[in-house]
Design a protein around this ligand. Structure first.
Ligand code: NOJ
Length: 584
């Protein structure tokens, strides 16, 4: 199978999906005195820092990051100026999919620590004014969860209807595409009861049956358990897949090229969200965000329209999907972000992100990780993330400008999805060297190498053997070195979080795209209560002209990634230059 085969590109797009320093960060504190901003919420004003616990900091030397490791870095996290943390799953799990296969929703994964560690972590965060958002993985559980063990044990088990089963005497079930299965087949035969169970992800991640009110109640009770512990929000993993058409129609041949049309937000899903809101969310001050935003802007909007009482903010992949291994069009990037902004201009709220644990590294994907441009382009991209409307989600390590590790051998990868797809491609005669090259860009493991704390062995991540290789560039790219450098990516990021905090225009202000057809520069204003902030970003490694109505007029420079200032608005930007001005 060739690289351009549909199968290949499906996985590729899913993996992509699933996946200066300063002048002075002058504050425009005046705009913060404005009390007339409607619907102010803490989660709209938050900067969310995403921590992948497995790769963040290992405290016990087993080579795997853990909760005590995170606790030891709380002051660092606080120093970033972020106000909330989204933790990837930390529940008990056999780790077929690094915690996205939960075997006990009310316990902590032994690799990560204990419930006492969790309580200490939550307290440590709250003591520092940081909120905690937990991953909630309820489209599927682990096959090792007690519910599934019971469910598979007999057709009459009270847990049978917690999952989707197809009796084998009815023949083979209608084909369902699985995103992680080595054969792409989402129905797995189980001989104990002579039946197939459904798994959209790996075989060890059977899909839960949301049609069953008992299952839904179990989930709500579990959510309350965590909410009562005092957590501040949920990121709902793969929730747009939760509803299935259980008449199991036959989908058209080749539907997997566009499986989202068949899998995302099947009618009835909004009903589940409304019920969840009534039963749980409305009773707490929780922030909620679902991974994925359906197939249409309407779906996305409906999910977060406050009057519908579902969730708080949408997390849409269109922006991140613009960049492929072959590059991307800045015009398209601008178009996509502008369109999404317009859909939520009056109502609803968006997440802004360009990286997470399922994606390539921010700077390798959207910037330029060559040594001469790595820091500049990383700072430019961070400027984008911190100046758009919506809640920014910033992935750990991006504040250092960490980049893809450049793996060249399949043995270096750990991600099940990558390994299974490698096997699939091999079984189907694909061009394997080309595939290896492709995953060096797109595999989820690119974003999962250990956090680079310092230049000691294993980047200070662990005293043991890290579960996945450390990027060899840690000798030069690490937090300790960047702490000492006022112009580092790390210190620039701190200025950005402060800038956002001090300027509510950057949170709530109206977004207006400027110089729309400029293929190199992304320029826009953010405007609130008479305060106007201008952002200009050169997305290329060449000097680029920019034309705005403010060109050459006087303005207050707030931040520039080159570390110098111009008191008049620039009409030309240096390679990967980012500048932010206050216009009035
Ligand atoms: C999306 C998560 O972000 C990803 O890491 C996981 O593998 C799938 N959902 C399945 O849970």
């Amino acid at each position: 199978m060739s690289l351009s085969s549909p199968r290949f590109s499906i996985l590729h797009s899913f993996l992509i999906m699933l996946c200066c320093s300063v002048i002075t960060a002058k504050s425009v504190a005046q705009s913060n005195t404005n009390d007339s901003i409607p619907n102010r919420k803490w989660w709209k004003e938050a900067v969310v820092y995403q921590i992948y616990p497995r790769s963040f900091k290992d405290a016990n030397g087993d080579g795997i990051g853990d909760l005590k490791g995170i606790i030891s870095k709380l002051d660092y996290i606080k120093s970033l100026g972020v106000t909330a943390v989204w933790l990837n799953p930390i529940y008990s799990s056999p780790n077929d999919d690094n915690g996205y296969d939960v075997s006990d929703y009310r316990n902590i994964m032994s690799d990560f620590g204990t419930m006492a560690d969790f309580d200490a972590l939550l307290k440590g965060m709250h003591d520092r004014g940081i909120k905690l958002v937990m991953d909630l993985v309820v489209n599927h559980s682990s096959d090792e969860h007690e519910w599934f063990q019971q469910s598979r044990s007999s057709r009459t088990s009270p847990y049978r209807e917690y999952y989707h089963w197809w009796p084998a005497e009815n023949g083979k079930p209608p084909y369902r595409y699985s995103l992680f299965d080595v054969n792409h087949d989402a129905w797995m035969y189980d001989k104990t009861t002579n039946a197939y169970y459904l798994h959209y992800f790996s075989r060890k991640q059977p899909d839960l049956n949301w049609e069953n009110p008992k299952l839904r109640q179990e989930i709500y009770d579990m959510m309350k358990y965590w909410a009562d512990k005092g957590i501040d929000g949920f990121r709902m993993d793969a929730f747009q897949f939760a509803r299935k058409d259980t008449t199991w129609p036959t989908f058209p041949k080749g539907y997997e090229k566009n499986f989202g049309q068949y899998y995302y937000m099947v009618p009835g899903l909004h009903g589940y969200l409304q019920e969840m809101n009534r039963e749980v969310l409305s009773k707490y001050d929780l922030m909620t965000v679902a991974e994925g935003a359906g197939n249409t802007y309407e779906d996305a909007h409906d999910m977060v329209d406050a009057d519908r009482h579902e969730l708080d903010m949408a997390y849409a992949f269109d922006g991140i999907d613009v960049a492929k291994s072959t590059g991307y069009s800045v015009l398209k990037f601008k178009q996509v972000f502008s369109k999404w902004d317009s859909v939520f201009a009056e109502k609803g709220w968006l997440s802004i992100f360009l990286a997470n644990h399922d994606q390539a590294r921010l700077v390798s994907r959207f910037g330029n990780d060559r040594p001469e441009f790595r820091a500049l382009s990383s700072k430019m991209l961070s400027t984008f993330l911190m100046t758009m409307r919506g809640t920014p989600y910033y992935y750990n390590g991006d504040e250092l400008g960490m980049n893809n590790p450049g793996f060249t051998k399949i043995e270096q990868y750990r991600d099940k999805a990558t390994l299974n797809e490698y096997q699939y491609q091999q079984n189907h005669g694909a061009d394997m060297p080309a595939y290896l090259k492709e995953i060096a860009f797109s595999s989820r493991d690119n974003g999962r190498t250990p956090f680079q704390w310092d230049d000691s062995k294993n980047a200070g991540f662990t005293n043991g053997t890290p579960w996945i290789e450390v990027n060899p560039d840690y000798k030069t790219i690490n937090a300790a070195a960047q702490e000492k450098d006022p112009n580092s990516c790390l210190n620039y990021f701190r200025k950005l979080t402060k800038l956002r905090k001090d300027n509510l225009a950057l949170v709530y202000g109206k977004y207006t795209l400027l110089d729309k057809n400029n293929p190199n520069v992304y320029a826009y204003t953010r405007e609130l209560s008479g305060k106007k902030v201008l952002v200009m970003l050169n997305f290329t490694g060449k000097t680029a002209a920019v034309s705005t109505p403010f060109g050459s007029s006087n303005a207050n420079p707030l931040l520039c990634n080159y570390g110098d200032s111009a008191k008049t608005v620039k009409t030309e930007l240096r390679p990967y230059e980012a500048v932010v001005y206050l216009l009035n």
